[in-house]
Ligand binder design. Structure first.
Ligand SMILES: [Fe+2]
Length: 389
């Protein structure tokens, strides 16, 4: 069995890695980048840092600072046109997963035309597009190291999953210092997203020896530091570990796929505008409990790699420790219930079948160790309402 692994060509990892941006562009043979970011990055001064680094080396650049959270196909159109008109030779994606996902989509459409829906799964995006240099400012999505982008269809509200080696960033600059000013809510949501990536990749039906090693390392880095990065924002060691853990979790799921949590999470995000990591958190304990019989040994190992138990002699104890920990993380990090977030029960109930169909259509549930039918997903959505978080 051969596993085809896809990774960025260059990864600059550690404190002050950002300073290597000009060198990284040279290594890629690029000299005229367009920065893709959002207003918050400008306000926080990160954009000014990037600008200063480029100006010091006399590198001319363009700027599109209008990416939106949970991007859709219309939010990126102006940038596609700008990139095509000005003939930039690469994109620099600065921000969280939304900015990086936007840049991947912009590079694809600017290079090859068409509409985003042309590229959604099961289509495989193998086209080679403008290189993207991803600079994450959250420790969560792992988008800097994945061959995945998620863009919503503005006509149908569907969150379209697009995958393929053509979506892997050419380079990733992973500087944990860029996460120091993250608000604790965002640190919590993105951090739980990263933990979900590691667990779902590890138990995935597409897991392999390579992805398992990334997932194990990610769990070991994320589990002891997830709460610390939210409660101790100045804890540099925790921030560094979390940042690397999120990237490794991204590599793990990019090469093994995510599962039912992500499949069910995207429709909640679309219909109720719950941030991606937060909807994962609402689902994670219930869906993990449901999935345990599909991969009992691997879930027990998750508990061990997360440092919850010393060995897996008692599988039932391992499973209980894992579920308890996931519930406790949600409590400590104040993940709201769906009702507390403002979701109306009647509207939620009326959308159950629709959400379950969208979850199945994304393909992610088929990678889950226990594969659900449509009615099972509807029942799980009901259970999550009662249980969440
Ligand atoms: Fe995710």
């Amino acid at each position: 069995m051969v596993n085809s692994i896809v990774l960025p060509k260059i990864m600059q990892i550690g404190a002050d890695a950002l300073n290597l941006l000009p060198d990284t562009l040279v290594s890629l043979g690029c000299c005229f980048p367009c920065i893709i970011t959002d207003k918050t990055m400008v306000e926080l001064g990160y954009m000014a840092k990037v600008e200063a680094l480029l100006r010091q080396q006399n590198i001319q650049f363009g700027l599109f600072a209008e990416t939106m959270p949970e991007p859709n196909d219309t939010s990126i159109l102006a940038a596609v046109e700008m990139v095509q008109t000005n003939h930039y030779d690469c994109l620099i994606a600065l921000g969280g997963g939304s900015a990086i996902d936007s840049a991947k989509a912009i590079a694809l459409l600017a290079s090859h035309g068409g509409k985003m829906r042309d590229y959604k799964v099961p289509y495989q995006v193998n086209e080679i597009s403008l290189p993207v240099v991803a600079i994450p400012t959250t420790a969560g999505t792992g988008s800097e190291a994945t061959r995945v982008t998620v863009i919503s269809d503005s006509a149908t509200d569907e969150k379209m999953l697009c995958m393929g080696s053509g979506l892997i960033p050419a380079a990733a600059i992973i500087d944990y210092q860029l996460t120091l000013s993250l608000p604790s809510r965002i640190a919590a949501d993105t951090g739980i997203d990263a933990l979900t990536h590691a667990i779902e990749a590890y138990v995935s039906r597409k897991a392999n020896l390579f992805s398992d090693q990334q997932a194990i390392a990610a769990m070991k880095l994320i589990a002891p530091n997830l709460i610390k990065v939210c409660q101790e924002p100045d804890n540099l060691a925790a921030k560094e570990a979390m940042m690397l853990g999120a990237t490794l979790a991204g590599i793990a799921f990019s090469n093994a796929s995510v599962g039912l949590v992500h499949g069910m999470s995207r429709p909640i995000g679309v219909h109720f505008h719950v941030p991606h990591g937060m909807s994962n958190a609402m689902l994670l304990p219930t869906i993990t409990e449901y999935s345990l019989p599909g991969a009992p040994l691997k879930y027990a190992e998750c508990a061990m790699h997360m440092g919850l138990i010393n060995n897996i002699e008692d599988e039932a104890l391992a499973h209980q420790s894992l579920i308890n920990e996931l519930k406790q993380i949600n409590q400590i990090l104040a993940v709201p219930t769906l009702a507390q977030f403002g979701v109306e029960k009647a509207q939620y109930d009326s959308l159950l079948t629709n959400m379950a169909e969208q979850a199945l259509a994304s393909g992610s549930p088929s990678n889950n160790p226990k594969t659900p039918a449509l009615n099972d997903i509807i029942e799980l959505y009901r259970k999550v309402w009662v249980n969440s978080p």
